[in-house]
Design a protein around this ligand. Structure first.
Ligand SMILES: O=C(O)CCC(=O)C(=O)O
Ligand SMILES: [Fe+2]
Length: 217
């Protein structure tokens, strides 16, 4: 099923909420500038290598904990071994507001300590996977900037579907938690022809921020 306009806030499945245009253009611009700084620091962003040897098409940089398929480290073990960049407290505050807004509650006790800052260009995509290296049940927050994409999310039990395909545009928020915290999800393609606000993203690029609670100490 493909969800077309109208772009209204929607519960896609229990615990999975899509809030279109959650970030206004100024907030998007600030996040893009931050993402570009993170991606330029130290060894920079990289295309991680999967255990089978394939290189991911998505380029990413991590904050708080460095994610390597499929574990976390405090150091960039697949790069120069330097310490991962810190997770800023303002980003944790933004994550808490995202969860509260998505779940329509006044406030939540949500302190993410991991961010994956993903950059997609051209044919980049992200295969169906679970976010399951965490040791905490808290939801995942996903923020989209720049080029639109098709985000696919299914159930926690079957990689092969059924799925919901959701078009994510710049500024959109998705939260997935509760019984869908371990849902299989991925990005099937970019939609580079959609209009993008002038927020400083390279033409055709999509940036995604994924915030998680690691449950690690
Ligand atoms: O880019 C996205 O929207 C999803 C990213 C994702 O699922 C991840 O980084 O684990
Ligand atoms: Fe994911």
């Amino acid at each position: 099923m493909f969800e077309l306009i109208p772009r209204e806030r929607r519960t896609i499945a229990p615990g999975v909420v899509h809030v279109p245009d959650w970030l206004d253009p100024d907030a998007q611009r600030r996040l893009v500038a931050a993402a570009q700084e993170w991606a330029a620091e130290g060894p920079g962003a990289r295309q991680a290598v999967l255990p089978g040897g394939a290189r991911m098409s998505v380029s990413s940089v991590c904050l708080g904990w460095h994610w390597i398929p499929y574990r976390y480290s405090r150091t960039r073990d697949d790069q120069d071994g330097s310490p991962v960049q810190p997770f800023p407290s303002w980003l944790a505050d933004l994550g808490a507001r995202a969860v509260a807004d998505a779940y329509d509650v006044p406030e939540v006790d949500y302190r993410p300590d991991v961010a994956l800052v993903n950059s997609y260009r051209g044919d980049a995509r992200l295969g169906m996977h679970q976010d399951r290296e965490e040791r905490a049940p808290d939801p995942v927050v996903s923020l989209s900037l720049g080029a639109a994409c098709v985000f696919r999310i299914g159930s926690p039990h079957h990689r092969r579907g059924p799925w919901h395909d959701v078009e994510l545009c710049s500024g959109d928020l998705v939260v997935f938690g509760d019984e869908h915290r371990l849902a299989y999800h991925g990005v099937t393609k970019l939609l580079p022809d959609r209009d993008v606000p002038d927020i400083g993203v390279a033409p055709g690029e999509r940036i995604n921020l994924t915030l998680r609670v690691s449950g690690l100490a």
